[in-house]
Design a protein around this ligand. Sequence first.
Ligand code: NAD
Length: 295
Amino acid sequence: IKNKSKQLAKQSQPIAHSAVLGAGIMGGGIAYQSASKGTPVVMKDIAQSSLELGLNEASKLLNGQINRGRSTPEKMAKVLNNITATLDYSAIKHCNITIEAVVENPKVKSQVLQEVEQHTSTDSIIASNTSTISIDYLASHLTHPQRFCGMHFFNPVHKMPLVEVIRGQHTSDETLATVVHYANKMGKTPIIVNDCPGFFVNRVLFPYFSGFNQLVVDGADFVQIDNVMEKQFGWPMGPAYLLDVVGIDTGCHAQKVMADGFPQRMSLPSADIMKLMFDSQRLGQKNGQGFYQYI
Ligand code: NAD
């Protein structure tokens, strides 16, 4: 991967302006990361309340840095100045890259990606932060699929170094090179992966969630499981807390995609803890109650 990245670096185009669609957990995080590493970003959503949440999250992170003596009010103002929050597509016109981070729904994403194509020039790049939806499927709705790929960040974006750059069947080398370059500029570690259900990380993560599900069904206490994984095994968080951070809705959807993609290895559990949580609208940190209570 490293050798390929070096070869590709020669073909990359500079990114002076970027855009993010969706100001939720991920979109807000990606916009903050881009702005704080010096690339101005347009953050577009369909709801004013989401834009405000996205900006508030960025302010919280920046205030935290000031409190820890790692930033100053001047630097904070500069970063916030780099984020243009909008409900209007016209602001993305001059962006060199647009990263789509709207809800994990194939129809909504396909529609949004087509809209991006209509509002950007043909030499700008479009990337999707989808966790599970096939890049080739999304590309099939585009007129210029060569300028499209996956750019999968992890939550929380400002802390997690990895970015999966997903190559679709039609993704050009130049597109990959530019996205790899931009990920590096954002302070991230990109890896290039082929298009398949779950890409790389979720192929590792979902069998783990499946093991967690089975333990709970067999009578284990999820708090104890988290404690063991965190305190004894040394992971930063256990599976129940991680699912709360990711969002139970997002997790449920991804679990289904994995089950459809690998029916023999990843079939849906007959007693499905994530589905039970989803049905009772315990969505995790995003609505204040998941495995744990947050309000
Ligand atoms: P979220 O529900 O927090 O945010 C989604 C945002 O998209 C909302 O603000 C919503 O208003 C906005 N939106 C919906 N339709 C839109 C449209 N047509 N145009 C513009 N904005 C629109 O979701 P999230 O957790 O940030 O997930 C976003 C994407 O990132 C999904 O594809 C998800 O699979 C992926 N992802 C999520 C995580 C995670 O841990 N949550 C991790 C990696 C990738």
